[in-house]
Structure formats: C-alpha cells, structure tokens
Design a protein around this ligand. Structure first.
Ligand code: HEM
Ligand SMILES: *[C@@H]1O[C@H](CO)[C@@H](O)[C@H](O)[C@H]1NC(C)=O
Ligand SMILES: *[C@@H]1O[C@H](CO)[C@@H](O)[C@H](O)[C@H]1NC(C)=O
Ligand SMILES: CC(=O)N[C@H]1CO[C@H](CO)[C@@H](O)[C@@H]1O
Length: 331
C-alpha cells in the first residue's frame, strides 16, 4: 500500500515536472523590492529627462524593446555592440535603423540605477528596457501599467540570429500572425502591438513600392492606399529621395500614443502593407473597427499584449543569463 502510494507520489511529481512547469520564465511585479526598492522611480526619472531632450526617445525605446524580444527573447541582446570578431544583433540590416536614442535611454537609466550603491549591478539591462518602454508609452499619453520584471541579460548577440525573426512591412495577415504565434502571441496581440506605429518615423524606402511602380508597373500606386494620402506621401517622399528621409507614421497625431492608428487604417492611411492589411483582411477588421472607436478597450488590449511580449524568451536561470554591468558589452 505504502509502495503504491510512493509510486503514485513519484508519478505525480514527474507529471508536475513535465506538465505544470511554466512554459515561460516566471517574471513578476516588484521583483526588485528588496534589493532596489526605488528602481522604478529611478528609471522613470532618467527616462523623463531623456524625453525632455528629444521625443525620439519614445519611438526609439518602444521599437528597441520589440526588436529585442523577437530576437533571442527579451534579454537586451539587441544592445550589445559589435566588435572586430563578432557582428552583433543591432548591426544586422534588419535592425531597420533602430534609433540611437533608444539605446541611449537604456544606458542612461541603467547608469542612474547603478549610481545608487545598493542597486549597483543588481538590475538587468533587459528589465531597464522593459521599465523604460512602459515609461515612454505613458509619457506619450498611452496607458500606464505595472511592469513584470526578473529578466536576466542574454549571453549571445549575433547578427546572424536576426534573419527571419522580425516582421517585414510587406507582410500579410497570415505572415504576421504566424510570426507572432511563433513567439507565443495571438493575432489579437499582433493587432494591438502594431498600434506602436501611432508613433515614430519610417524611412521613405520602406514604403516607396506602394506609391511608385506598385507591382512593377511604372506609375502605379497600391490601390489599398487612400489617394489623398498617396499624394501627400509622394510630396514628402519624391522618387529616389535620399535614403535618410523619414516621415511620421501617424500623420494625424504623431506624438501621441493613441488609437488614431486604427482610425487611419479605416481611411486607407496605413503606411505599410502590414498595417493596412489589418483593416483590409476580414479576419482582423472587426478588431480594428472596435479599437478605432474605443480607446479604453484598445488600451487594455495593448497592456495585455505588451506584457505578453515582455515574457517572450525571458531568461531567469543563471545558466542562460546574468546582470550586465555595461549594457553594450558582455561582462
Ligand atoms: C507587425 C509588424 C511590424 C512591422 C512589419 C514593422 C515594421 C516597421 C518598419 C519598416 C518601421 C520603419 C523603420 C524605419 O524606416 O526606420 C517601423 C518603425 C517602428 N516600429 Fe514597427 N513593425 C512592426 C511591429 C511593431 C511593433 C510590435 C512595435 C512595438 C511594440 C513596433 C514599433 C515601431 C516603432 C515605435 C517605430 C518607429 C521607430 C522610430 O521612429 O525610430 N513595430 N516598424
Ligand atoms: C567580441 O565580442 C564577443 C562576443 O560578442 C566576445 O566573445 C569577444 O571577446 C569580443 N572581442 C573583443 C576583442 O572584444
Ligand atoms: C482619405 O482620407 C481623407 C482624409 O485625409 C478622408 O477624408 C477620406 O474619406 C479618405 N478616403 C477614403 C476612401 O477613405
Ligand atoms: C543603430 C544601429 O546600430 N544601426 C546599424 C544597423 O545596421 C547597419 C548595417 O546593416 C549599420 O550600418 C547601422 O549602424
């Protein structure tokens, strides 16, 4: 009897190891409450200072978080600098011109944290990026939320690992949904996170194919684009314009984190194919229409989605990561 019971207990514990083990690493709110209780206010102050110097802090940091999480998980691997022997993640062509101000925001916030003796070398760069992302969203008028923490910084960063991990602006809904699904994110999460394009800039080269010679036909424009918007885009981005020229992705409220993104899609004013398809595909349109008309519902969906984004590939075991002293180089 005792043996049967023992076997049962053993079987149960094996079962729990295999099935009850959390599929993602366990992050939690207030992770640093013992070692660095003021960490969130220290980061917020540094981010606010940087924000007052340049608005680019906002889109730069938000996009950096996304690119970090989709390549190797949310582990600050995107912040590592290349050197003569290793070409790091950020120097892959698909880093799609990450704004230097995003990197600088994390470096400055980490320095502010490390200036407090008890916090020194206790807070990961990956968590500083997650906190800074939360802060820039609310500084731009978006929702404020409690951020999950406890990520370690990754030990690997290679340009070679970036290929295929990031979405491309010509993606359709199937391609977008399957890439997000491979990161454990739903189609609803994908639609919500795409609203990050309510802020920031795009280089003309990223959508020139939609306003000139669409489908290889000289002078053709993408029929899913609003004609008035096409004229405006052509004026801002003349044919063969300098590759450095960039324009606001949300022409209506470019500096506000809001649901204007979805209202733009309803008018055919999604800048990328990957934006416009969210309205034009019948599977995602009901969500776009719902959020275009209801910012409260959108805000909650966005908070849920960015919280799940923050869990992607998070590392919590010391075999997978550590706390970097300098965010741009391995210890
Ligand atoms: C859904 C698929 C997505 C595609 C295809 C995509 C693609 C792009 C492209 C091509 C740019 C322009 C880059 C440039 O020309 O410099 C851009 C900018 C940006 N993206 Fe995305 N993105 C996607 C999703 C996201 C997500 C999920 C986020 C964040 C949660 C995000 C945040 C941003 C931000 C903030 C910018 C502006 C960057 C700046 O002004 O520096 N994107 N994106
Ligand atoms: C270059 O970076 C790699 C890891 O990215 C590191 O192992 C190597 O020591 C670095 N080399 C130099 C010369 O700093
Ligand atoms: C095109 O955009 C303008 C606003 O710029 C809007 O008034 C118009 O209704 C849009 N056209 C279509 C077909 O959605
Ligand atoms: C900000 C940043 O690191 N940008 C780099 C992106 O990748 C290209 C090469 O593919 C570099 O030239 C940029 O410096």
């Amino acid at each position: 009897m005792v043996r049967v019971l023992m076997q049962f207990v053993l079987a149960l514990s094996l079962l729990s190891i295999f099935f009850l083990r959390p599929t993602s690493a366990q992050l939690r709110q207030n992770y640093y409450s013992k070692v660095c209780p003021k960490v969130e206010s220290i980061v917020r102050k540094a981010v606010k200072q940087k924000f007052q110097q340049t608005f680019v802090t906002v889109p730069g940091t938000l996009r950096l978080f996304f690119h970090d999480c989709f390549v190797n998980g949310c582990d600050a691997s995107v912040i590592i600098s290349s050197n003569a022997t290793n070409k790091a993640e950020k120097d892959h062509a698909d880093n799609l011109s990450l704004a230097g101000d995003g990197f600088d925001t994390v470096i400055k916030a980490k320095a502010a944290v490390d200036a407090v003796p008890s916090c020194r070398n206790k807070v990961s760069c990956a968590d500083v990026l997650a906190m800074a992302t939360r802060d820039v969203i609310s500084l731009a008028g978006g929702p404020s939320y409690a951020v999950e923490l406890g990520r370690l910084d990754g030990l690997v960063s290679t340009a070679a690992s970036v290929g295929g991990k990031l979405p491309q602006p010509n993606f359709n809904v199937n391609q977008l949904s399957s890439l997000f699904a491979s990161n454990g994110l739903s189609q609803t999460d994908m639609i919500a996170l795409s609203a990050a394009h309510t802020l920031g800039f795009s280089h003309c080269t990223r959508f020139a194919n939609r306003i000139y010679d669409f489908g290889g036909r000289r002078g053709a424009v993408d029929p899913s684009l609003n004609r008035t918007y096409v004229t405006q885009l052509q004026a801002m981005c003349p044919r063969n314009v300098d590759a450095d020229v960039a324009i606001n992705m949300d022409p209506v409220t470019p500096r506000t984190f809001d649901n204007q993104y979805y209202r733009n899609l309803q008018l055919g004013m999604g800048l990328f194919t990957s934006d416009q398809v969210l309205h034009d595909d019948a599977r995602s349109r009901p969500t776009v229409d719902n959020w275009a008309g209801n910012s409260g519902v959108f805000n909650s969906a966005f908070v849920a989605a960015i919280t799940r984004l923050g869990r992607v590939g998070a590392k919590t075991s010391t075999s997978q990561g550590n706390i970097r002293r300098d965010c741009s180089t391995f210890n």
